[in-house]
Each structure stands twice: as C-alpha cells, then as structure tokens.
Design a protein around this ligand. Structure first.
Ligand SMILES: Nc1ncnc2c1ncn2[C@@H]1O[C@H](COP(=O)(O)OP(=O)(O)O)[C@@H](O)[C@H]1O
Ligand SMILES: [Mg+2]
Length: 264
C-alpha cells in the first residue's frame, strides 16, 4: 500500500445481536504507529482485531485495511502442547499456511524466509528445539517471527505479554517496537498490562461496555477521563512508577502488572 494509512474506520459499529461492542468509531491507523487496545474482559478487544482481519463484518459504517496483515492470536493453555513441533516449523506455518506442494525452489525460498524471521527475533539458537521445551518468552518470540514472515504493514497482537515474566515482556515489546521503527509496520496490540507497553505506545484505544475512547496515553489514562468512559468512578494511580486502574464496572483492578494476572 502506498499511502501512509494502514487502516481506517469510519462511523464503524460492531454488534452481536443487541450487544454493541463499539459504535460510531472513527479511527485511522498510520504506518509505524503503535496502538494499544485496552479494556475489561469481554469489551471487544479481540473482536476489534478480528474485524481488522476481515473475520467479523461491521454492523454499520466502513473500514479499509491493508492486505498485508500479520496476526499473533491470543494464546490458550492447550497451545503449549507442542513437543513434536520445532521452532522453525512454527515459524514456517507463517510462510506457507496450509498450502501443499510448494516444490524444491519453494523450499529454498521458504527456508530463507524462516531463517530471516528467526534471526529478526533472536530465535536462531533455539530454532531446532521442540517448542514445548522453550520458555514462554522464547515461544512468544517464535510467534512474533511467524507473524512477520508475510512482511506485514499491520501487525495485530492479542495479549502477547500474558503469562510472561517482566523481563520476557520487555524483550517481546522491544522486538515489536524495533520492527515498527525499522520497517514502519503499524502495531495494534491488545494488552491487560499497560505498563510494559506504556513507553512505546502512540495511542490507546480503550473499550468499555459498548463505548470507546482513543487518544494519547497521557490523555486517556487519567482518573477523570476513564471515570467518564466507565460511567462510574475509577481511579488511575501510580504505584512504584506503575500505572494501575482501580475500580470500573467489575469493581476490580486491571491493567495491572504480571503478578496480578488472573484473566484467561
Ligand atoms: N462471533 C461472535 N458471536 C457472538 N458474540 C461474540 C462473537 N465474538 C465475540 N462475541 C462477544 O463479544 C464480546 C467481546 O468479546 P471479545 O472481543 O472476545 O472481548 P475481549 O477480547 O475484550 O475479552 C463478548 O461478549 C463475546 O461473547
Ligand atoms: Mg480477547
């Protein structure tokens, strides 16, 4: 795509039956932009990514999006059972998907693409080990590599930091950030933990109970702004340099650090 926009929503609404996830969304995602999608469980974060992937159709309004989209799906516990799969096999799925019969020439090209993606995420050293023996952080780096094999202009990441220790979270975020700086890849990243991504984020899209707010993190992540969005009092506090959102419709804290990870 030659324009600087990788995706544009205009008066966009997504609803399932009576359940409106967002309404009248106007949002343009620029090349190289880092957008964090925040909000409580069930607020529509994954659905937002699925809409960008073309898996969900808007109920109203319009969306345009580049065809070059990479996707790191939300991870589930069952995905970890991968003793028969090597790191390079996982990354290879990004190159050939479900295609068959790519031929000898195809294998050389495939190998080159896989090796380049492995090198980009610093995974060459453990590329031949079974995925199941690798740490969570190493596995997540392979999943980033898989999503990058198609050379995307837009990289969608669904909770890529969940269940990683803080050092691994930082490594994965840095990796994603480096990619958008060097290649101009726009990033839309769903996260429960704002803190590891806070230094990199250009814009926050905050989804709550059918409403949304988009803006720079300093503007969105305030007690007044989020209280208005939630329609009830929430408190944005800083504890030891970390941002915490306390309250909200569930009466619990979220957007917190890894030690409070309790979501699926
Ligand atoms: N294909 C679907 N059909 C019906 N409802 C759906 C579908 N996908 C998601 N939803 C509903 O939309 C809401 C938001 O889901 P989701 O986007 O997964 O939330 P989040 O990722 O923020 O936790 C949930 O109530 C979910 O049940
Ligand atoms: Mg989700």
């Amino acid at each position: 795509m030659s324009t600087a926009h990788v995706a544009t929503f205009s008066h966009a609404t997504l609803a399932f039956g009576d359940r409106v996830l967002w309404n009248d969304l106007d949002l343009t995602i620029e090349a190289g932009e880092f957008v964090a999608v925040l909000g409580p469980n069930g607020s529509g974060k994954t659905s937002f990514l699925r809409t960008l992937l073309g898996q969900y159709r808007l109920s109203a309004g319009d969306m345009t999006v580049t065809e070059a989209v990479g996707y790191i799906p939300q991870q589930h516990a069952a995905d970890a059972d991968t003793m028969a799969l090597r790191g390079r096999d996982l990354v290879g799925f990004g190159v050939d998907g479900a295609r068959w019969g790519i031929g000898l020439r195809g294998y050389a090209t495939r190998r080159r693409k896989v090796d380049a993606a492995l090198a980009e995420v610093g995974a060459s050293a453990f590329a031949d080990a079974p995925v199941g023996v690798l740490s969570g952080g190493e596995q997540q780096r392979l999943r980033v590599a898989q999503a990058l094999t198609g050379n995307p202009e837009l990289l969608l990441c669904d909770e890529p930091l969940a269940s990683l220790d803080p050092a691994s979270q930082e490594r994965v975020v840095e990796l994603i950030d480096r990619r958008r700086r060097t290649a101009g890849t726009a990033v839309v990243l769903v996260t429960h933990e704002i803190n590891p991504v806070m230094p990199y984020v250009d814009r926050v899209l905050y989804l709550v109970g059918g409403r949304f707010l988009a803006g720079p993190p300093d503007e969105v992540m305030t007690t007044d702004t989020l209280s208005e969005l939630y329609g009830s009092h929430v408190e944005v506090v800083r504890v030891n340099g970390r941002l915490l959102v306390v309250g909200g419709e569930e009466g619990t804290a979220h957007c917190s650090g890894p030690e409070e990870l309790d979501h699926p």
